[in-house]
Design a protein around this ligand. Structure first.
Ligand SMILES: [Zn+2]
Length: 295
């Protein structure tokens, strides 16, 4: 049995190898050594009423925040390499919000998206987007940047995904990861509420009941440790706002599992907190990796 298969069978931590323990809910696990959170939500059945990953409602609610995010991510990449000489692959590109912005600044852009209807819409707009899952359906490289925007935490085999990048990246290629952090203010608040018996906010953050729920909650240190196992080091780190006032109500209500009074309370709390969020631990972290020099 490979070490990866052994880790799956015993539910050991994919980052540090320690045995996971149940945490706050029967679908949630925690690594007592590195703090990684792991869910069993990929094993739960979904129904026809389950919200899709990229329905129009979802896309509209997040448009303003995503456009702002795309600019910040591309600026961070531009500080490391010339974008007009960059061939970029965006994994799990969804409605191609990041590809649209990257296409204006990069030499070439390509996308990979598991939902065929969403991929077809991007292709109809002239974008080079293929349908399928990473890493098996990734288009042939080399790419100078491979990006995972709110995607890495959905992958069932993150270590295997990180290892597969070696065959896709150019010599000095970079990997960009945007992911939710378990150190973030809203995540810690949701775990605190779950400890008091109020589990709906934690379920909403994990996207329980969605077609593609979160399978992991990393933090900067655990992401860095995972990529270090594959020979990469972090060369740039950013933090991003996880919420904005436009579209806030739609995002809280998305999925429809949260009781209305609780959703209203969270909406008011978030609305008031948003101007102060930059002072609180970030819920979305960005890491850019490149191959570490040979020892
Ligand atoms: Zn661990």
């Amino acid at each position: 049995m490979t070490s990866l298969a052994a880790a799956r069978a015993t539910r050991d931590c994919v980052v540090c190898g320690a045995p996971l323990v149940t945490h706050l809910a029967d679908w949630l696990l925690r690594c007592p050594r590195c703090g990684l959170r792991v869910s069993r939500l990929g094993e739960e059945a979904v129904t026809a009423r389950t919200p899709g990953a990229w329905d129009e409602h979802n896309a509209a609610a997040l448009t303003a925040l995503r456009q702002h995010t795309a600019t910040r991510l591309l600026d961070a990449l531009a500080a490391l390499r010339l974008l007009h000489e960059t061939r970029l692959l965006d994994v799990g590109c969804g409605p191609a919000w990041f590809l649209d912005a990257a296409a204006l600044r990069c030499q070439s852009v390509a996308g990979l998206e598991p939902d065929d209807a969403t991929a077809a819409q991007a292709r109809a707009r002239g974008l080079d987007v293929s349908t399928g899952y990473f890493p098996h359906s990734a288009p042939p490289g080399p790419f100078d940047v491979v990006s995972f925007n709110d995607v890495f935490e959905h992958l069932p085999e993150p270590l295997q995904a990180a290892m597969s990048l070696a065959g896709l990246l150019s010599e000095d290629g970079r990997v960009l990861i945007t992911a939710p952090s378990r150190r973030g203010f809203f995540y810690r608040l949701a775990e605190g509420l779950a400890r008091c018996g109020l589990k709906a906010p934690l379920e909403r953050l994990w996207q329980r009941g969605f077609v593609s729920p979160h399978l992991f909650y990393f933090e900067p240190a655990s992401l860095d440790a995972l990529f270090a196992r594959c020979g990469y080091r972090c060369v740039r780190a950013l933090e991003l706002p996880s919420v904005a006032r436009p579209g806030l109500w739609a995002r809280i209500r998305e999925g429809g599992r949260m009781p209305l009074p609780l959703a209203a309370l969270i909406f008011v709390g978030c609305w008031l907190l948003i101007p102060l969020l930059h002072r609180l631990p970030a819920d979305i972290v960005v890491r850019i990796y490149q191959r570490a020099p040979a020892p």
